[in-house]
Design a protein around this ligand. Structure first.
Ligand code: TEU
Ligand code: CA
Length: 540
């Protein structure tokens, strides 16, 4: 963990991760649905990009109410994605490219079709205690997908808890037998040679629903330490906890190495900056660049030296970053700016499929085009409340999760090279311009900026271990320094479509990367063009 003793450095601190949403990555058997063999066929592409690990969103058997985040069998693969043999092949083939496979561990809840829940419904006492039941709802706790979190079960004549859809009953983590079954299941996957786990909503497992305590419950860290002891100890597996409730103050509880819990967490404070505080994610607000600087910088500096960060702009739950905080009038410039700003920070970067080629949101115009359960629930509840359709669509088009889930754009052909038949979700019409092939054909494309950023991280320890210092600059200039062993780099981005004048007193020695293909021999009297971004090594 100590940067002075590099032999002990965990592999994931110098790694770059790539998230695959299997349903939308590559179809190989002409049914319009992405699958595991499709991913295998694209490993050379990912190797060319240079990534070290793939976070694979769930591929387990599932009724697909929440696209695989509702698992009915942790030991089986969803037929439309392929077979267990396909997954084993993926793990082996990826390894031959130096890429590890990170499985999505969804254990806050199961599907209501999981045999445990079906047994519980039938009256099997052992499995009833795997879930959370109440005679009467003790409170008005809301599901993250809208509506009540307590649903009446006819067969059981009582209510069960579901923090997500009613088809995703929450597991009772207080039950030691249930936990033992989870540890066993994790070992099953570890034995297949995976590189680790991304842990879905793991901050919720210590919940006390009757007290409305959700994230960071009293036993949360006891369970994570048990997981470490039982499953992870003496392995080099990476664990990334999805923790919607985490703050810089609580993050070290998960990630300080001496706590023996997780490698890192996903925090969401920056993702909330275009939401009105205290409201749902749908209550829109314009991003303020100073706020973004403040939040990201706080995460860079407030953690103890040995507690690791993750870095991300996008995932399968978020709209496309280029549409969100980039500028579609300057897609290349703003896309590269966002990439450089994030990848020069301290922590492990995660790229979401398509981000590296500049994929954008997919505008929908009718309710029929909504696929995601969260958006569907929102649409119906807003309609019932009499909200105007345009308002509802505006929110869904801005923040809805379907935006990230349209098929990967490989080329300009009819179905984008994703499939030979009409895909399960329409491909974005802009795939004729925005696609992998076009990116690979242009040395100046966004793809090659991502490729270069990954290569730089492998080459320069300052990117991995350097200290971070935010610079006091005008509101829309996002500038910071990294310092490492007598070396200082300066990262500067004009986060605006306006030309901006600025002077740094520092002297550059060498330009590392820039988005206007420029070299910087002085930082005095800069006339920064829209989204102009550069990284320079300073003269000592
Ligand atoms: O997401 C957790 C979560 O909190 C999301 O529901 C989030 O609030 C929402 O997506 C923001 O739009 C995880 C998974 O990443 C997500 O895909 C699942 O739907 C959810 O857990 C339930 O498993
Ligand atoms: Ca398929």
């Amino acid at each position: 963990m100590n940067k002075d003793n590099k032999d002990n450095i965990p592999w994931w601190q110098s790694a770059v991760f790539y998230q695959i949403y299997p349903k939308s990555f590559q179809d190989s058997n002409h049914d319009g649905i992405g699958d595991i063999s499709g991913i295998v066929s694209r490993l050379p592409y990912l190797h060319q990009l240079g990534i070290d690990a793939i976070w694979l969103s769930p591929v387990y058997s599932s009724p697909n109410v929440d696209n695989g985040y509702d698992i009915d069998n942790y030991y089986a693969i969803l037929a439309e994605f392929g077979t267990m043999a396909d997954v084993e092949q993926l793990i082996t083939k990826a390894k031959s490219f130096g890429i590890r496979i990170i499985m999505d561990l969804v254990v806050n809840h199961t599907s209501d079709q999981h045999s445990w829940f079906l047994e519980a419904e039938k009256g099997n006492k052992k499995y009833q205690d795997y879930y959370i039941w109440q005679k009467e709802p003790p409170n008005t706790l809301q599901s993250f997908f809208g509506g009540t979190a307590w649903t009446f079960n006819e067969k059981q004549n009582r209510y069960y808890l579901h923090l997500f859809s009613k088809h995703q009953p929450d597991l009772n983590w207080e039950n030691p037998n249930m936990r033992t079954e989870i540890w066993e299941m994790m070992r099953f996957w570890i034995d297949k040679g995976i590189g680790g786990f991304r842990l879905d909503v793991i901050d919720l497992i210590g919940k006390q629903p009757e007290k409305e305590v959700l994230g960071n419950g009293p036993n949360l860290h006891t369970y994570l330490q048990e997981m470490h002891r039982e499953v992870l100890k003496e392995t080099d597996l990476v664990t990334i906890g999805e923790t919607g409730s985490v703050t810089p103050e609580t993050a070290p509880l998960y990630t300080a190495p001496e706590r023996n819990e997780l490698s890192m967490v996903f925090q969401f404070q920056h993702m909330a900056l275009d939401e009105q505080t205290g409201h749902s994610k749908w209550a829109l607000k314009k991003l303020s660049v100073p706020e973004l600087k403040k939040v990201l910088s706080k995460w860079q500096t407030a953690l103890p030296e040995n507690a690791w960060n993750s870095l991300f702009w996008s995932n399968h739950d978020q709209p496309r970053i280029l549409s969100r905080w980039g500028d579609l009038n300057y897609p290349l410039e703003s896309g590269k700016m966002l990439a450089i700003l994030l990848h020069l920070m301290r922590g492990t970067p995660f790229i979401y499929q398509g981000e590296e080629i500049g994929m954008t949101n997919f505008p929908i115009h009718s309710a029929k085009q909504i696929q995601d359960i969260e958006s569907l629930n929102f649409y119906h509840s807003q309609q019932e409340a009499g909200i105007a359709k345009e308002k509802i669509f505006e929110a869904i088009n801005t923040k809805g999760r379907d935006n990230a889930r349209t098929p990967m754009q490989w080329d300009d052909s009819l179905f984008g090279g994703f499939s030979t038949v009409s895909p399960w979700y329409p491909i974005n019409p802009n795939h004729e311009q925005i696609n992998v092939e076009a990116n690979l054909n242009h040395p100046n494309s966004l793809f090659f900026t991502y490729q270069k950023l990954i290569a730089l991280r492998k080459k320069y320890p300052i990117i991995i271990w350097g200290n971070y210092e935010l610079l006091d600059t005008p509101p829309t200039i996002f500038a910071y320094k990294r310092n490492y062993e007598h070396e200082t780099w300066l990262v500067c981005a004009n986060f605006s479509d306006q030309k901006t004048f600025y002077s740094f007193s520092e002297k550059p020695e060498m330009t590392i990367i820039s988005n206007y293909d420029a070299t910087y021999s002085t930082l005095d009297q800069l006339n920064l063009r829209p989204y102009e971004t550069f990284v320079v090594k300073l003269t000592p």
